[in-house]
Design a protein around this ligand. Structure first.
Ligand code: PNW
Length: 473
């Protein structure tokens, strides 16, 4: 009986699924949409993506959104997280041109969700920057904060009466890799000057600006909740030694704390250990300024506490020892740790994704300790394969990860309020194109109709939602 309670979801716990605009919508040049950095990259450097895939059509959700919503309803999800494509609403990135047809699309999608009793959770920025804003430097340009402000104010005006759950920016930790190591659009590799830190600095300010716009102008009427969506590997010490434990703590501060500490901690600003280490190394390199930009006192205050809940995307973990790997990125060298993979951890189609369920539990415990147990919502977690319909490995991954999450709730008192599967559909997995499949619903990309077929995992998830319990085997 005790175990049964342990595997039961708490009352009011939300269960949903997530997608992102560029990965599923298609219709890249329809109804007045402008060009974004993913359109630009996939059209000008097609070889950047596996099989030269692109998101021109993707899952065609722009036309098939009703089918998507009926899938959501059939599975029984309480909530659906999707992102807005900035250039559908503002084709040039700024207010010079407002595109009514793009605006109407998201009204149709949101209305369809609400009519089916599914809560919309909206990500304002999931990586598809207007190309015009990239041409002035993208997130390396501090002025982007103003453009983001204009965009989000319009979005709150348009949809804020219907949407109560907002994520400002999805995974700044990943976004910056588009500037330092060609891992995403805009496909630059400027690691030497730590552009990661520079882009990250703007992203944090943009998040805070969006929060204050909402807080001052909309919250009293619209009464929604905002968050910045973090991501990362959870790092555990390779051994019990103090040295390894310190290394893992440093790694987690650079991974979660970089964007978490300024927003979610009591004190605000970058994690003290990050400030100390980057400053020290910058000095040793003969620089007059730290490679990690400095917030003014006013900026620290402006960013601190700009959240109503903490959203987190998590997939996998690593082990950690102390030391500098000279081949690693500057940021990892700054943090002074070496990351390891246990060979016994199961792998999957995505090379970076090792199956480490206990890391999920330990990550929750770390977040509880660091950020005062504020409510955590898992906005992405999922498994990657080659597209099998009978996706037994995905079911095993999900069962084990969700079980660890419930243990974190019941045995460690972690305040977790919701969980979204990544992803509803097989979709455009960035530079891996359609070769990585994360969907619980199969999409036939050779079929012009983009036929959708629920996988075995859908059955598993339906049962979870109906019974509100994890079946243990
Ligand atoms: C997230 N990693 O990206 C994104 O939010 C999604 O758009 C994406 O499809 C999904 O996870 C699956 O990859 C990540 O290497 C990409 O740790 C890579 C990592 C983490 C998240």
């Amino acid at each position: 009986m005790k175990d049964k309670i342990k595997y039961t979801f708490p009352d009011n716990f939300l269960i949903g699924t997530s997608t992102a605009a560029y990965q599923i919508e298609g219709a890249w040049n329809e109804d007045g949409k402008g060009e974004n950095i993913w359109d630009k990259l996939t059209h000008t450097i097609p070889k950047a993506v596996t099989n030269e895939d692109n998101g021109d059509i993707a899952c065609d959700s722009y036309h098939k959104y009703k089918e998507d919503v009926s899938l959501l309803k059939d599975i029984g999800f309480n909530i659906y997280r999707f992102s807005l494509n900035w250039t559908r609403i503002l084709p040039d990135g700024d207010l010079s041109h407002i595109n009514q047809k793009g605006i109407d699309y998201y009204h149709r999608l949101i209305d369809e969700l609400l009519n089916n009793k599914i809560e919309p959770m909206v990500t304002l920025y999931h990586w598809d920057l207007p190309q015009k804003l990239q041409e002035i430097g993208g997130w390396l340009n501090p002025l982007l904060v103003n453009y983001f402000e204009d965009y989000v104010r319009l979005v709150f005006q348009l949809y804020g009466n219907k949407v109560k759950w907002w994520n400002t920016i999805n995974e700044p930790l990943e976004i910056v890799h588009g500037y330092s190591e060609k891992r995403y659009a805009p496909y630059l590799d400027l690691d030497a000057m730590s552009v990661d830190y520079i882009a990250g600095h703007t992203l944090l300010k943009a998040h805070a600006r969006a929060y204050h716009v909402y807080d001052k102008e909309f919250r009293h009427i619209q009464k929604g909740k905002l968050s910045l969506t973090l991501s990362g590997f959870f790092y555990s010490p390779m051994s019990d030694s103090q040295e390894d434990r310190d290394a893992a703590e440093r790694a987690n501060q650079f991974e979660f704390g970089w964007f978490g500490h300024p927003v979610y901690s009591k004190d605000g600003d970058y994690p003290p250990i990050m400030r100390e280490l980057v400053d020290k190394r910058s000095k040793e390199e003969g620089r007059q300024r730290s490679r990690l930009p400095v917030f003014t006192k006013a900026e620290i205050e402006e960013i601190r506490g700009t959240s109503d809940y903490l959203t987190m995307n998590h997939y996998t973990s690593r082990l950690c020892t102390s030391g500098i790997d000279p081949t690693a990125k500057v940021r990892f060298q700054d943090a002074n740790f070496i990351s390891h993979i246990d060979e016994n951890w199961p792998s999957c189609q995505a090379v970076w994704l090792k199956v480490v369920p206990w890391g999920f539990r330990d990550m929750f415990r770390w977040l509880k300790k660091e950020y005062d147990n504020q409510p955590v919502y898992i906005t992405e977690n999922g498994y990657c394969d080659e597209g099998e319909i009978i996706d037994v490995n995905r079911v095993n991954y999900l069962r084990e990860y969700i079980t660890e999450m419930l243990i974190a709730i019941y045995d460690y008192g972690c305040n977790i309020i919701g969980y979204n599967f990544w992803s509803l559909l097989d979709n455009f997995e960035w530079l891996n194109g359609y070769s990585y499949k994360f969907g619980i619903v199969h999409v036939d990309f050779n079929d012009p109709e983009r036929k959708r077929t629920p996988k075995f995992s859908v059955k598993f998830i339906k049962n979870i939602i109906q019974d509100r319990i994890i079946p243990q085997v």
